[in-house]
Design a protein around this ligand. Structure first.
Ligand SMILES: NC(=O)c1ccc[n+]([C@@H]2O[C@H](COP(=O)([O-])OP(=O)(O)OC[C@H]3O[C@@H](n4cnc5c(N)ncnc54)[C@H](O)[C@@H]3O)[C@@H](O)[C@H]2O)c1
Length: 362
């Protein structure tokens, strides 16, 4: 089969981890006889420097013409000035919005051989296998008004947490559908004791649960969820939540897997069924202090490619082959610095990519 993939390496460690993911994709192509046509574009700081914008119209067009997008990460201290008119993250937000990617799936798995790499007790982390479905194009990150202003009483700022029924229903349905393909448990995370938007969210979750009688639906306040994540994380199956809640909870959840460098993500434009257009990226940022040193862990990006094969290309066997190659490489004791523990073999970004690619070749 043939697929068009837009590749946006971005800034910092982005290009390094994307290069390793493409190495693995090349092996999939050779081993399973598929053709992946790659087109590269600029996003983030590198796009600001080169094109004067964090996401050029042509780049967005190229992504729209593709079957899927693979992204590294954006940002860095060079573009951090809060007074600047354009920030690298603007490119990412514009891309998600422009591609209508409203559903961000973030699977979190505690690999048994990495239990020693986490800061939590092994018995807490053992068996963690959950997915956070984060709403991606609404909520606090996009609601208007969103501004700062000055009055005689000093400076003020406002952000708005707004959701329509349509936006809430479609993301909840992604959560229910995903739960149906897994252990049939859905936790809807909100702040319904305080926020109107959360009260509507909870009401709609109750209403549409009538279409999913096989799914056990629970509601949980976001603060309680943050606590439960480090208390009894293995109890969760699928969680569905608002944009910013999901952003914060998944950084916390990354510690269950040992490192940000282990967590992939898929941002989809619809319910995952058959071939769904999507953008695939690690959940981590551009880690500027690690960039250019062959240090970064490429596994999150490699696992993002596996998600791309699963959700956008309906290539489940190939996706599992990548996941198995990652597991086997970790089982052989190879570790990047972020997941290193006693008695294991430390490797760099390129070596980890080579080892996984080799493992996949068989
Ligand atoms: N999606 C994105 O592109 C995205 C997401 C978050 C942050 N950012 C940007 O990235 C820059 C750095 O932000 P930050 O430091 O808060 O977050 P970060 O995710 O880049 O780094 C957080 C920590 O995790 C480590 N880390 C991250 N990815 C790693 C990997 N693959 N292997 C090993 N270690 C890894 C970093 O060294 C750092 O200690 C900022 O400019 C921020 O705005 C971008």
């Amino acid at each position: 089969m043939e697929f068009n993939v837009a590749v946006l390496p971005g800034d910092g460690i982005g290009p390094e981890v994307v290069a390793e993911a493409l190495k693995v994709l090349q092996v999939v192509s050779e081993k399973f006889g598929h053709s992946f046509h790659l087109r590269e574009g600029l996003i983030g700081g590198v796009a600001i420097d080169t094109l004067g914008t964090a996401l050029a119209d042509e780049t967005l067009k190229m992504c729209k013409e593709s079957d899927a997008v693979l992204l590294g990460a954006v940002g860095g201290s060079k573009w951090d000035n809060p007074q600047a008119k354009i920030h690298p993250e603007d490119g990412l937000l514009a891309l998600r919005k422009g591609l209508k990617l409203f559903a961000n799936l973030r699977p979190v798995k505690a690999f048994p051989m990495l239990v020693d790499s986490t800061n939590l007790k092994p018995e807490v982390v053992k068996g963690v296998d959950l997915v956070v479905v984060r709403e991606l194009t609404g909520g606090l990150y996009f609601g208007q008004p969103k501004k700062q202003w000055r009055t005689a009483k000093g400076r003020h700022a406002v952000d708005t947490l707004a959701y329509s029924e349509v936006e809430i229903e479609r993301i909840l349905r992604v959560g229910f559908e995903l739960a149906r393909s897994r252990r049939k448990k859905l936790t809807s995370v909100d702040k319904a004791n305080v926020l109107q938007s959360s009260r509507l969210w909870r009401q709609i979750a109750i209403e549409i649960s009538a279409d999913y009688l096989d799914i056990e639906l629970k509601h949980m306040l976001v603060d309680a969820c943050a606590m439960r994540f480090i208390q009894r994380p293995a109890e969760f199956d699928v969680l569905v939540t608002e944009n910013m809640f999901g952003d914060i909870l998944t950084d916390e959840a990354s510690m269950l897997a040992g490192s940000m460098g282990m967590l992939p993500s898929a941002s989809l434009a619809g319910i995952p069924r058959g071939k769904t257009f999507g953008l695939y990226e690690p959940i981590h940022g551009s880690a500027p202090s690690r960039a250019g040193q062959n240090l970064a862990n490429p596994i999150a990006t490699i696992l993002s490619v596996a998600m791309m094969l699963r959700y956008s290309f309906a290539l489940e066997t190939e996706a599992q082959a990548i996941e198995n190659a990652v597991l086997a490489t970790l089982e052989q004791g190879y570790r990047t610095y972020d997941i290193m523990s006693n008695g294991k073999t430390r490797v760099g970004t390129k070596e980890m990519g080579d080892l996984i690619a080799q493992q996949l070749k068989g």
